[in-house]
Design a protein around this ligand. Structure first.
Ligand SMILES: NC(=O)c1ccc[n+]([C@@H]2O[C@H](COP(=O)([O-])OP(=O)(O)OC[C@H]3O[C@@H](n4cnc5c(N)ncnc54)[C@H](O)[C@@H]3O)[C@@H](O)[C@H]2O)c1
Length: 427
């Protein structure tokens, strides 16, 4: 099949690579000329394990192409996938400006039958609204079907998640259109849920809101563990052994960030408000996540005590999670900003970020960051941090104090090395 993908970001690029690998001919387009120029030269603009290899292989085999001319490929391809951003608007609703610009372009290019597949995360009712909008703009209803096919990949494991998804959700008005979309994924061993478009749109928002809820829940339980001197690691292990609950997303720490959970939780809330519904649980999830950075800030301030000099804090990690270069809504960055505001000197290191906040000194390796540091914060659980040379770290620091923002380090091993270990819910 010939497929045109609109938007060469985390979702667009991963989907393009995997669909080409399945055997389709994929034209991945983007308005960002610089990005497309790089991709045409085989330079991948984002960090995602395994993505470069898969893109290069399929480019070499003549199955994957990058172009800025979306209209041309929209006009030629029977399948059009939309993977543009849907960031948070100021009021928390999903900003549909990029989707709207795609609709305008589509209205000029649909002259033969198309299946338009929405991969972006969009509010409930978007597919119906798009259908009406395209007709309003003069497109013959008989020429297109809009299908909702939300994406569930996680940055850092995007290829693995796309090749081995837990499920593929396809929301369509006509069963034939759903079957055509299912056929695109014919080599993937997974379960398909064929449903209607509204339900598919809601499944995506509800999934992200539920995962965010699990994280805020365990972070709240960690607060009780702190108060009672119990270990959250054991508590969450015990909770997760219950198959009704499951062990994943029960890891206490700095909280969730990234380009999806914060904005999707907001957009779900906005969609509810539009119908006069107040989502109390979702409000609480957001509140807990926001205050999680302050919980760490208090632990840091408490550990440093009253000082006449300017304490020096090393922060390892800036991305919202490990194995990605994405810093959108990163709790690590939020913490760094608050540390700077407190008047601390912040020396940061991240394997893929080196220039985000001008008020932070970016170091070229983790050991440079800890030189003469009064305290080290682990803000992202990169494996290089977990496997650090701890005797070397201790020798370089002024005070051997570690604040583990991801509860990812071996507490007893660090204490054996002579560190004062501070996590959340770790007695
Ligand atoms: N990143 C994730 O982990 C993830 C996971 C699941 C779902 N999603 C959803 O997928 C969508 C895309 O997310 P992303 O992280 O890939 O976004 P992104 O910001 O990385 O990429 C979006 C791309 O779309 C391009 N674009 C914008 N308008 C365009 C237009 N009119 N024509 C062509 N290209 C255009 C931008 O230049 C950008 O390169 C969002 O709705 C997001 O919520 C993201």
């Amino acid at each position: 099949m010939d497929i045109c993908i609109i938007g060469a970001g985390y979702v667009g690029l991963t989907t393009a690579a995997v669909l080409a690998d399945i055997g389709h001919t994929v034209y991945c387009t983007d308005v960002n000329e610089q990005k497309i120029n790089k991709l045409q030269q085989g330079i991948i603009p984002i960090y995602e394990p395994g993505l470069t290899e898969m893109i290069t292989k399929n480019q070499d085999e003549g199955k994957l192409f990058f172009d800025t001319d979306s209209e041309r490929h929209m006009a030629d391809c029977p399948f059009i996938m939309i993977a543009v951003g849907t960031p948070s608007a100021r009021d928390g609703s999903a900003d549909m400006v990029y989707v709207k610009s795609v609709i305008a372009a589509l209205s000029q290019t649909i002259h033969s039958p198309k299946i338009i597949i929405m991969k972006s995360t969009v509010p409930p009712g978007t597919a119906d609204w798009m259908e009406a909008e395209l007709q309003q703009l003069g497109v013959d209803k008989g020429l297109f079907e809009i299908v909702s096919n939300p994406e569930f990949l996680r940055e850092g494991t995007a290829i693995e998640d796309t090749v081995h998804p837990d499920r593929i959700v396809i929301g369509a008005k006509q069963n034939e259109a759903a079957m055509n979309v299912q056929e695109l994924y014919h080599t993937l061993q997974t379960q398909f849920l064929i449903t209607n478009r509204l339900e598919a749109e809601l499944i995506k928002y509800a999934s992200n809101a539920f995962l965010a809820t699990k994280i805020s829940f365990i972070n709240e339980i960690a607060r009780i563990c702190d108060a009672y001197h119990a270990d959250i690691m054991e508590v969450s292990r015990g909770i997760g052994m219950d198959q009704r609950i499951g062990a994943r997303f029960l890891h206490a720490g700095l909280g969730y960030g990234g380009s999806c959970f914060p904005k999707d939780v907001n957009a779900l809330n906005d969609a509810a408000q539009a119908k006069g519904i107040r989502l109390n649980l979702v409000q609480a999830v957001k509140k807990i996540n926001r205050s999680q950075v302050d919980i760490y800030l208090n632990k840091i301030t408490h550990s440093l005590g009253k000082r006449s000099d300017k304490p020096r804090i090393a922060v390892w990690g800036a991305t919202f999670k490990e194995n990605t270069d994405d810093i959108r809504y990163s709790q690590a960055i939020a913490l760094m900003k608050k540390l700077v505001r407190k008047g601390y000197g912040v020396y940061a290191y991240d394997p893929l970020v080196s220039s985000e906040l001008s008020s932070v000194v970016w170091c070229s390796n983790p050991y440079e960051a800890v030189e003469q540091a009064d305290l080290l914060v682990i803000a992202t659980a990169w494996s290089a941090f977990i496997e650090a040379d701890w005797p070397k770290v201790k020798a370089l620091m002024k005070r051997p104090v570690i604040v583990d923002g991801r509860n990812c380090l071996d507490k007893s091993a660090l204490e054996m090395y002579g560190f004062d270990y501070i996590g959340v819910g770790r007695p």
